[in-house]
Design a binder for this molecule. Structure first.
Ligand SMILES: *Cc1c(COP(=O)(O)O)cnc(C)c1O
Length: 220
């Protein structure tokens, strides 16, 4: 019940932000982030009609979704957490989009595995707009070269950027930078905004917002 109300609230807020920004309805998609959620939360989200989900760990995503994927073939799963190269085969098999492409070694591993599994798998490059040492992602100044490497050298299908603004800084500055980078590199997708700031992210051009706690309550 509460999950249904939360979905209603979040989806209405997204639609309203799209309208205010003069954007087409549905141009910003809601990714329901189900990390650390129990099966009750997953089935409640499915009952609300939600089919697009984000997970930040390969193992947990498998245990959450491999069963449901058989019953709901339209489920779309995005990986939004760091990917280790030893998990690439599982990730390519399970996910419909990898949002956290962040280093050359991973680009090579993804490229090899995508060919092996004969899949088409869009990837987003994670950009470290706050230039934080502890955070993964490509620095804005290195994006051009890294993008060229991924697309031309590895043959990856890179269709967007993903970002996580630093805690304690106004997210809007980082959203605006991500938008600028996506325009400069002709990348149609932009994954930015979480529970606290998804409305702002839609105003600034997000095509995907990643929302967890505003839908399911705080994680345990
Ligand atoms: C957990 C997580 C989210 C969702 O965070 P909430 O604040 O619960 O909405 C979004 N993006 C990433 C990368 C996450 O790890």
């Amino acid at each position: 019940m509460m999950v249904a109300e939360n979905f209603d609230y979040v989806l209405k807020a997204i639609r309203k932000a799209e309208r205010r920004a003069g954007r087409a309805e549905g141009s910003a998609k809601l990714i329901a982030v189900t990390k650390s959620q129990d099966s009750g939360a997953l089935s409640a989200a499915l009952s609300c009609g939600q089919r697009l989900f984000g997970e930040n760990k390969v193992q947990e995503a498998r245990s959450h979704w491999s069963g449901y994927k058989a019953d709901y073939p339209d489920i779309e799963l995005h990986l939004i957490g760091p990917l280790q190269t030893n998990k690439v085969a599982q990730a390519v098999a399970l996910f419909d989009c990898i949002q956290t492409l962040d280093r050359e070694k991973l680009a090579v591993a993804l490229s090899d595995e995508i060919k092996k599994q004969e899949k088409s798998l869009p990837c987003f490059i994670q950009v470290n707009t706050g230039e934080e040492a502890q955070k993964s992602g490509i620095l804005p100044a290195h994006l051009k070269d890294f993008l060229r490497y991924c697309v031309h050298d590895c043959g990856l299908s890179v269709t967007g950027l993903m970002g996580l603004p630093p805690v304690g800084e106004p997210a809007a500055l980082h959203f605006a930078l991500l938008k600028k980078l996506s325009l400069a590199h002709d990348l149609p997708h932009l994954s930015m905004g979480m529970s606290a700031d998804f409305i702002e992210a839609v105003s600034l051009g997000a095509t995907y917002v990643r929302v967890g706690s505003a839908l399911f309550g705080s994680r345990t």
